[in-house]
Design a protein around this ligand. Sequence first.
Ligand code: ZN
Ligand code: ZN
Length: 598
Amino acid sequence: MTTSEIIEKYISFFEKLGHKQIANASLVPENDPTTLFTSSGMQPLVPYLLGEPHPQGKRLVNVQNSFRAQDIDEVGDNRHITFFRMLGNWSLGDYFKKEQIPWIFEFVTKTLGVPAEKLYVSVFKGYKNIPKDAESEKLWTDIFVKSGLDPKERIFFYDTKNWWSRSGEPDNMPPGEPGGPDSEIFYLFDIPHDKKFGDKCHPNCGCGRFMEIVNSVFMEYQKEKDGGFKKLPQKNVDHGAGVERLLAAVENQQDVFQTSIFNPIIQAIEKITGKNYKSNSIQMRNITDHFISSVFIIDSGIYPSNKEQGYILRRLLRRGLDNFYKLEGSDPSSVIESIVEQYKKTNPELLNRYENIKNTILEEKGAYDTTLKKAKEYIFQKYKKIGDELKGKVEISADDVFFLYSSHGLSPTQIKNLGYVFDNQKFAQKMQQHQKVSRAGAGKKFAGGLADHHEKTIMGHTATHLMHQALRDVLGNHVHQTGSNITNERVRFDFNYDKKLNDEEIKKVENIVNDKIKENLSVHFEFMPLTKAKKIGAIGLFDEKYQDKVKIYFIGNYSKEFCGGPHVDFTSKVERFKIIKQENIGRGQRRLYALVGK
Ligand SMILES: [Zn+2]
Ligand SMILES: [Zn+2]
């Protein structure tokens, strides 16, 4: 079974149960300054889990491309990956535990064919004043008895580990926050338990014998002001399962990098470097993981830079290259090719963008190679008195390490990889001093912007819609948005246009937007079928091919745009609009930066 078959089977399983498929949201969230990447299928659904009605109804299903930057340092073992596809199904105040638990068990055992005797589950044990999840326990007991298995051996209880809320454990939740118990399915591999992790093995043991494959969250409580919990009027199910882990269970393969989705990529690395996986697994896992994530991040319109998503991309590529160079690789093109080959079935757009993706990676490789060369020259010039040729390990000062780090963007590990040694502790002290200074600066900036954080972002969002329409009025209707990012400090807007805008054009756009602000137009939205939205000429990124109903925001009768919101209710609240910078971001696209507010 391939990953695309697992995805198809899951979607059709839940479609038959009355679920509507919702689109895969962009890996880089639009208009959300609080988070850099989409890291689960649930993330774009938070407003609906909190009670806003979803245009597609109460039963939803999807597959979501997800990236978890916090896991970058974990990559190298047999199971951590940063980019994965997450299968999700949701009940928004519709079905609950007695449907979800038997369904998901049926999907894993019958549809995917994973033997029931390989499966173990976890259930919420209860914590302080929140009772044990007895209903889930009962449902699992019945299922295991029916499968001829002993429920006592199969069901494990945990307290806060089996609890979900956006702020984590019950104690950390603010009043008003919803949360609830969750129940996971684990797959058991035929390997012995490692006593290093404790006397007895159990599903959450760190030894790797168990792998979590499925997690169903039952959102049924809300925290109260006095610290207690009450039942929510709308109970939700939020289920997530990583496709790559399900594949590992289907193939009974405890090293995810040896499953059929990753193995061909590993083979491409073996071929180009002439090294084998067995003796170089850590490097090859890092190369595979980091290049896959890079391919998908570039595919969402990000280029390597020193800020935000661009910085994460740069880090991934450079770490991938470090590992690739360690294996004496020089040109990673065939690795990128094999990644596109492996994902083209589920992500056919990668084929069209292959050249673009490859060139972006090779350009960054060129920049990184230059950085490495300059760093080597700097050290050679400074330390050549030691000998005209630097042989073996050369010790350099912590100040120089810090200089290379801050001016050339080299990490301490990369500096070590160049073959230099330095005093780790002195360097750490230097870093600490530097962080104290920059934190003091950041603290001030944060305090200043805090009061209007949320408001400014919403103002910027409405300004974006006005600017989008104004650009079309001034430059022509072929102009459309290709990306945007809004923070409380500025609006960033990308669009397709291959010439530099002259001063007059910029002024015209600014004037139109400011006129619309002065006219104090009302802003409202309507749900409508996609066909109708297109008919009335609504603009926007209509890539949501599965949605038969879409949300369209109207600004007076000036702008009609497909969007999730939120927006100000009247345009006068945007106050003022000014374009401050334009950039050519290549590939026939331009980027504008603008400010809103007084
Ligand atoms: Zn164990
Ligand atoms: Zn919008």
